[in-house]
Design a protein around this ligand. Structure first.
Ligand SMILES: *Cc1c(COP(=O)(O)O)cnc(C)c1O
Length: 224
């Protein structure tokens, strides 16, 4: 199992802050360290480097890393099946991937008052989730009628085409954040964070640039 070195995560975080600064962002751009597929040591290293939140994608992994994750604010950033919400509700601080009424209703039921972002699909890539931008306003209305706190929008750039391919989508999501009067615009990952910051991201979600390449098999599979 690969181990994460606390000093190199701290160095990588400083370098990441510099990348954000060069792209025109300041301390107002939050860094969400994405610890998916890494072991609890990545969560511990992020905490040691001064981070207070992490992003995770998979319900089973959350449960397996419970002891470490209880010490930070967990942002759920993966596609979420409604039947998994109940199991992870006590561990999740922010649900970033609300993309359909059924999921919003389940979160409101299992975690009343939960902080949520709506995920918008700007890439059209299969398997990424997100509601089409045309469905955003009806979903905002649904969420507004539930016991949920809608704080922002989130989007994932396209896998292919390079960082510039994300620009138009990022711009439309930031415009929607402003129009809706929301606080948070979660967009940008290791490969496209400069474009995201230029287009008004307030939260970049970064794994690789902080922890190195993800293990091919996640840490639990490696242990078996
Ligand atoms: C994995 C993941 C990230 C982080 O990706 P990196 O390229 O490693 O920075 C960000 N957002 C989401 C939704 C992810 O699934």
């Amino acid at each position: 199992m690969s181990t994460i070195d606390v000093a190199s995560v701290a160095t990588a975080l400083a370098e990441l802050r510099e990348r954000i600064r060069r792209a025109g962002g300041g301390q107002d751009v939050a860094v969400l360290p994405v610890t998916k597929a890494f072991g609890p040591d990545a969560v511990e290293a992020a905490i040691a480097a001064g981070c207070t939140s992490v992003g995770e994608n998979y319900a089973q992994e959350l449960l397996a890393k419970r002891a470490a994750l209880e010490r930070v604010e967990v942002h759920f950033i993966g596609q979420l099946q409604t039947n998994k919400v109940r199991q992870i509700a006590d561990l999740v601080g922010v649900y970033e991937t609300v993309d359909r009424p059924k999921l919003a209703r389940e979160i409101a039921k299992r975690a009343p008052g939960a902080r949520v972002y709506i995920q918008v699909d700007t890439s059209g890539d299969p398997g990424k989730g997100g509601c089409p931008i045309g469905d955003l306003d009806p979903l905002v209305d649904v969420v507004g009628g539930l016991d949920l706190s809608l704080e922002g929008l989130m989007t994932v750039g396209p896998t292919h085409g390079g960082p510039e391919a994300a620009r138009d989508g990022f711009r439309s999501v930031r415009a929607a954040v402003d129009r809706l009067g929301l606080a948070t615009c979660s967009m940008g990952m290791t490969a496209d964070l400069e474009v995201a910051v230029q287009e008004g991201s307030t939260q970049v979600r970064v794994g690789t640039a902080l922890f190195g390449p993800r293990p091919v098999h996640n840490w639990r599979e490696q242990e078996r």
